[in-house]
Ligand binder design. Structure first.
Ligand code: HEM
Length: 126
């Protein structure tokens, strides 16, 4: 049986790994490195993000938190969708360097918002 404190540590650990990996891939995109397109480079972020999301959903279930009645959790999930879409534009779909860089900056801002919302448990975490 997974204890909640352990799940939270796993969640926080994967938060750090996820944003570090994203920034690294963002850096590779900016210097046009072919490393970004290696197969293993596409696989490991999925593994980390799966652990991040699974631990989050698991904790929400443990705490009986429903996003439909918990605004901060709903805000987190909506911002997560925006982060995924922006990340996709930054690393794959962006047509110009400027577009990719803008998407990268917006994705990092989204990630920061998600983390702040989680810590403050508020939709407006400032
Ligand atoms: C990019 C995605 C995510 C980031 C950056 C993130 C970040 C964080 C952080 C930093 C904490 C710790 C807050 C604290 O210190 O108290 C946390 C807690 C939490 N996260 Fe996430 N999270 C993400 C995704 C998710 C998802 C998808 C869910 C669930 C659907 C989720 C559910 C939770 C819950 C329920 C807690 C509170 C646990 C507790 O207080 O015991 N998270 N998150």
């Amino acid at each position: 049986m997974w204890d909640h404190a352990l799940l939270k540590q796993l969640h926080q650990g994967t938060v750090v790994l996820s944003i570090s990996g994203f920034l690294w891939r963002g850096g590779l995109m900016l210097v046009d490195s072919p490393l970004l397109y290696r197969r293993w480079m596409r696989t490991w972020p999925h593994l980390i993000d799966t652990l991040l999301l699974t631990s989050g959903v698991w904790m929400a279930a443990n705490l009986h938190l429903n996003p439909l009645t918990t605004p901060w959790l709903a805000a987190k999930l909506l911002a997560l969708l925006a982060y995924i879409a922006l990340g996709f534009i930054a690393l794959r779909l962006g047509r110009s360097r400027a577009q990719r860089m803008a998407a990268l900056a917006a994705a990092v801002a989204c990630f920061g918002y998600i983390a702040l919302v989680a810590v403050r448990r508020s939709v407006v975490p400032l």
